[in-house]
Design a protein around this ligand. Sequence first.
Ligand SMILES: Nc1ncnc2c1ncn2[C@@H]1O[C@H](COP(=O)(O)OP(=O)(O)O)[C@@H](O)[C@H]1O
Ligand SMILES: [Mg+2]
Length: 387
Amino acid sequence: MTDVQIKEIQNLLVAYGAGEYHKQGKISAQRDEIDMIISGINLLGEELLATTVSRDYFSGIYNSVADMVFVVSPRGMIQDVNNAVGSVLDFEKTTLIEQSINTITEQGGRSFFNEVKKNLAAGKQSFTKEIRFTASDKRLIPVSCSCSKIIDQNSKLKGYLIVAEDISERKETEKRILRTIVDTQEKEQKRVAADLHDSLGQELSTVKLLLSAINEGMLSSDDKYKEAYETCKSILDSSIINLRSICFDLMPASLENGGIHMALEELVDRLSKQSLIKFSYKCSGSLPILEKSLEIVIYRIAQEFINNSIKHAHAGKVKIALTCSTTHISFSIKDNGIGFDIANARASAGRGLSTMSSRAKAFNGSMKLNSKPGKGTQLLVTFPYNV
Ligand SMILES: Nc1ncnc2c1ncn2[C@@H]1O[C@H](COP(=O)(O)OP(=O)(O)O)[C@@H](O)[C@H]1O
Ligand SMILES: [Mg+2]
């Protein structure tokens, strides 16, 4: 072995150590054992070059995808993330590695990873869910997660791949559309209420007045007319009451002028007089000045829930509460009626529950509806103040 050949081998190994896999060693004309070794090292260089090119190619794709990509272990620990994770959530890669994926998912205490595992274990190829990630500054970012299993050549589970798309903009647009719908409906209801009150209401009152005048003129006339007069008057009285109640439901003046607290007090008061159900309402914490459209949304949810408690639940009691903290307002309403199976009801044709939930969504509200046959129904909706 010549010194030149030893130097050649040394140089090659140093170059490969530095990642310069394109370097190749010179093979002498003798083609002896040393040349065989150099030729072997050259082959190694070619292999390393090919692997590095494909690794860099893959890593280029992995890091240029705009969606966040997580590789997690079979136990749910983050093994690798792409660059998008850092730029969307503002985390250093090193702080996430070996952390559970659940540390960044917001699911009200439920484990997102368990849900992924359960769904994929059931034989599904992929599992998709919209959830929220918590960024490093605690901002909640809505994402659509698409999850699948990573399987090796021996069909052994190596972990999970979670690709998460940031859907903040889509959610904002959805919310704006929902709010426009809610606002338009409200404007329309207000207009109908005002029209009914101003035209029909006025006319009914005028007829009532005229009828009284006719009655005075007929004082002496026979009982047959008197009876007809009394019937007319009682129909008219009930029409006026009905019309008032329709206008109240469409847009109560107390909500327009006084606010949600006054409107709920008045609603409970009015309903208690009209039905056998016991209504109660209380407000705790100090109620700030709310956006009018948010007050209307809370009121509409209350109305729909109460309608259901009367129509379906055969409830004896309905309890309403507003709770205000420094950042959120919570509206809770419960009945002690027959309860129902929510999953079945969602599939039914009723629009009430779905309208409630889209109204809440339009104002960033989170809604929890609980019900079990025989156990009554409870609803809790929480809105942040800055909707
Ligand atoms: N408080 C409740 N108690 C018992 N059942 C209820 C209650 N609220 C809703 N439901 C059930 O859920 C269904 C859907 O309600 P909803 O969407 O408001 O539609 P609708 O009232 O028009 O039927 C109802 O038909 C009823 O079976
Ligand atoms: Mg209903």
